[in-house]
Design a protein around this ligand. Sequence first.
Ligand code: HEC
Length: 109
Amino acid sequence: MRTLLAAVAALALAAATSRAADAPPSWGKLCASCHGSDGAGHTKAGRKLDVKDLTAADYQKSFTDDEAFTAVKKGLTAKDGTEKMKPFAEKLSDDDIKSLVTYVRTLAK
Ligand code: HEC
């Protein structure tokens, strides 16, 4: 019985860890076209818009979770008024955005 419990606990733990590392489906659908599936931004659209490397720890320090949340929800506009990232408020719930921000944080190396 005890070994069985330990096995179940180990499985639950493994499931929890792998879930944290898996991208939410919306990442692939809505974000990877610019940010790349790995977040490094090495995509055609990413280069054009000059996306920053989300796997870089220094870049990740340049915005807070709240700022990232607002950027995804309301979009990001450059100082000259050009749109960098469109708002996703209509496509994603607040909870979706929160899990995306959590996911983005796991990308930093
Ligand atoms: C049309 C291309 C494009 C798409 C699609 C896109 N982004 Fe972005 N994203 C950008 C650009 C450009 C920046 C700004 C880079 C900079 O700071 O100059 C950015 C910045 C960010 C930042 C940093 C925010 C900050 O405050 O600096 C986060 C986090 C982010 N994106 C997450 C996401 C998520 C999550 C999605 C999917 C829901 C997404 N992006 C979809 C282009 C895109």
